[in-house]
Design a binder for this molecule. Sequence first.
Ligand code: NAG
Ligand code: NAG
Ligand code: NAG
Ligand code: NAG
Ligand code: NAG
Ligand code: NAG
Ligand code: NAG
Length: 366
Amino acid sequence: MRRLPLLKLFILFFLCVTVLYIYSASNRSKNNTEIVKSGHIVDSNQEKPFIDRIVISFVVCDSRFNESLNVIKSVLLFTKTPVYFVIFTDNKLRSQFNETLHKWKAMFDNQLDFELQRIKFPEAHEEDWMNLFSKCAAQRLFIPKLLPHIDSMIYVDTDTLFLGPADDLWKTFKKLNNSQISAMTLEDDNPNVSWYPRFAKHPFYGKYGLNSGVMLMNLTRMRDFGWVDYVTPIMLKWKLYIPWGDQDIINIIFHYHERAVYIMSCRYNYRSDQCMYGDACADATEHGVFVLHGSRKAFHNHKQPAFEAIYRAVDEYEVGTDPMKILENIDKYLMDAPQSHCGNLKDAFLKIPLQTLIKKHSRPDR
Ligand SMILES: *[C@@H]1O[C@H](CO)[C@@H](O)[C@H](O)[C@H]1NC(C)=O
Ligand SMILES: *[C@@H]1O[C@H](CO)[C@@H](O)[C@H](O)[C@H]1NC(C)=O
Ligand SMILES: *[C@@H]1O[C@H](CO)[C@@H](O)[C@H](O)[C@H]1NC(C)=O
Ligand SMILES: *[C@@H]1O[C@H](CO)[C@@H](O)[C@H](O)[C@H]1NC(C)=O
Ligand SMILES: *[C@@H]1O[C@H](CO)[C@@H](O)[C@H](O)[C@H]1NC(C)=O
Ligand SMILES: *[C@@H]1O[C@H](CO)[C@@H](O)[C@H](O)[C@H]1NC(C)=O
Ligand SMILES: *[C@@H]1O[C@H](CO)[C@@H](O)[C@H](O)[C@H]1NC(C)=O
């Protein structure tokens, strides 16, 4: 009977030592290893982590300033890894971005940084380029040459919202094989609703075409590929037949270079097409929508209440305030929204935000 307390004491002592050791080891690795910030446990002896910062880029002219700020907000809400934004914009919006992003940068310490780039098209066809599809959107085709200092980035349209940590999407870069320079999702995989096979008058990728709203670009590889040299001849040849502008040019290039693009799951570029006729993206239903894309004005035009509900929650969220508020609001606005096919998949929209925020907040280091 007298031995038991001693044994207990010994076990307790041993546990204390172990806990202290683990704590100090994690403390040491925290100092230098950025991946720990993103919520992944790493051995402090491991080599340099794959992700030390995430680069995200978009192009915006004229309007859509608020919408594009919401892209940044959504990234900050769910991502812990440092994020570097490269924003291509006109003179009018540049000072507005500068002001807002300086404010946010100060609030987020080392987590947020950015650079603002001017819109630059080749002089020879500047007018054509500027007005292809929406104003200045074609800028993205020239990015490999315009950012020689950047290896890789995630390009997004301004009408997108992240619902989970950008790290998860960035990890897709690891899946690219040697001939792949970019990763994208398909426009659709249903011949009955897909735009390209029914209406396109130009070549496009595969059977259904690509949607370029979320595009992982390994710029190093795109430069080696000679990407920018392809775009002007294609534009000149097809400019009367490409209603979606830069997206169509991307489709034409990958039509002739199928091996150069990696196809991602539809959950990384989830549009109303994926739900408005019923569930057309099983992966999102199972694992959650990761990036929401309000293409064809789905965030604003009152045709997709579920998309509008999520957009509204992000739009109303004030940077720096309690992120849990956004969960409540997404849930509430989805509940209040008129019934719709997309709204029926409510759980798919909430799944990743729920997982991410609960994980983020149950961690003692934040
Ligand atoms: C953990 O790190 C902080 C500063 O980074 C330091 O002040 C503290 O002493 C460390 N604790 C342990 C147990 O190593
Ligand atoms: C920990 O981080 C601080 C600040 O970044 C740095 O000055 C210090 O040298 C680091 N210590 C170790 C052991 O890496
Ligand atoms: C953009 O957001 C600001 C501040 O939230 C608001 O005052 C303004 O009306 C918004 N502009 C548009 C076009 O929605
Ligand atoms: C951006 O804002 C910062 C701080 O407010 C200021 O120092 C800087 O000159 C501004 N840059 C531009 C290009 O307006
Ligand atoms: C992009 O490709 C280059 C050249 O193959 C490679 O060194 C680099 O690691 C790639 N970047 C990413 C983020 O995978
Ligand atoms: C496409 O339409 C045809 C004819 O209406 C139908 O039989 C088929 O199931 C549809 N395919 C898909 C994938 O919805
Ligand atoms: C990369 O994957 C694509 C698609 O599976 C394939 O067509 C291509 O041949 C692969 N490239 C290499 C170098 O293995």
